[in-house]
Design a binder for this molecule. Structure first.
Ligand code: GLU
Length: 298
């Protein structure tokens, strides 16, 4: 369904005055898939008499670069997309994510995990699973729970010794602490039941970054007053976990609109690594903003 037609179909479910957002990670130049997503967020906000926000999800210092952040703003402005208010830059808000983690920890819902990827592979193999048959969640292989079972004293010793650790959500404890009937409202589909358990003991703070995508995105949608989360369908499974975090942390529930991913001529999703042309390259090749919007499905 063309993007405009799809929008008409979604509109009746859109909250009045919807606050939507486009939240790219500055790990490269934007391509047509990003333009599709940004224009989807803007169109839904505009049609509902609301606002669209821009957020740079740059907590991964190893992959994000300031020049890509600057390019995102310049390319969106060239495309004719105007966002409301200041751009939120996640790396400037680390203490806020820390505070949210502290709240979960105070409820006994987090534990430190010292495992390396190799440790996890070994543990999974020891449990008798061939690597390709091991249980997987939306973020990869399910964590076998090794560090959840550590005795408190061993845990404290390893932290005190300075061993690096990630923080994982104790999914069993989290499910017990949250309402059993979690669901989310997907525009055009209605209420969908959540299954956060599919993530297992998910990482909420990484060893190298004291936060994670799931924590930061949920936190920021709440503090920025986003009422309609707009993003690609590849992130729809994450919503099951985001609703759990919202319930545990007392954050409001937004509605969701996941758009189908824009596909390349080969039928595969557009990706920088497969040579999808950047908006910058299209602009330098003489394409106008209107032409690029059309290429992006609008
Ligand atoms: N930063 C994420 C990405 O670039 C999108 C996050 C979201 O929209 O929830 O894929």
């Amino acid at each position: 369904m063309p993007a405009i037609a799809r929008l008409r179909y979604l509109l009746p479910g859109s909250p009045k005055g919807a606050v939507t957002r486009f939240a790219p990670s500055p790990t490269g130049l934007l391509h047509l898939g990003h333009a599709h997503s940004a224009l989807f967020a803007a169109a839904l906000a505009e049609a509902a008499g609301g606002r669209v926000l821009l957020r740079l999800e740059d907590i991964d210092a190893t992959r994000c670069r300031p020049e890509f952040a600057a390019a995102i703003e310049a390319d969106l402005a060239w495309l004719g997309l105007a966002w409301d208010g200041p751009v939120r830059v996640q790396s400037r808000h680390m203490p806020e994510y820390r505070a949210a983690l502290d709240r979960l920890a105070a409820c006994g819902l987090l534990y430190p995990c010292f495992c390396t990827r190799a440790d996890i592979r070994r543990e999974v193999a020891a449990a008798g699973h061939a690597p390709h048959l091991a249980p997987r969640g939306p973020d990869g292989p399910l964590y076998p729970g090794t560090c959840r079972r550590l005795a408190a004293a061993a845990r404290a010793d390893r932290v005190a010794a300075g061993e690096p650790y990630a923080l994982r959500l104790d999914m069993g404890a989290a499910l017990a602490a949250a309402p059993a009937d979690l669901s989310f409202h997907e525009l055009g589909e209605g209420r969908l039941r959540c299954d956060p358990a599919q993530f297992g003991d998910v990482v909420l703070a990484r060893k190298d970054t004291p936060a994670s995508y799931h924590l930061c995105v949920t936190h920021d949608d709440a503090v920025q007053g986003v009422t309609l989360v707009t993003r690609g369908a590849d992130l729809k499974p994450a919503t099951h976990l985001h609703r759990l975090l919202q319930a545990l942390l007392g954050w409001p529930e937004p509605a969701y609109a996941h758009h189908p991913l824009l596909l390349g001529p080969d039928g595969r999703r557009l990706a920088k690594r497969d040579g999808a042309p950047s908006l910058r390259a299209l602009r330098e090749a003489g394409r106008t903003p209107a032409e690029v919007r059309a290429l992006a499905g609008w």
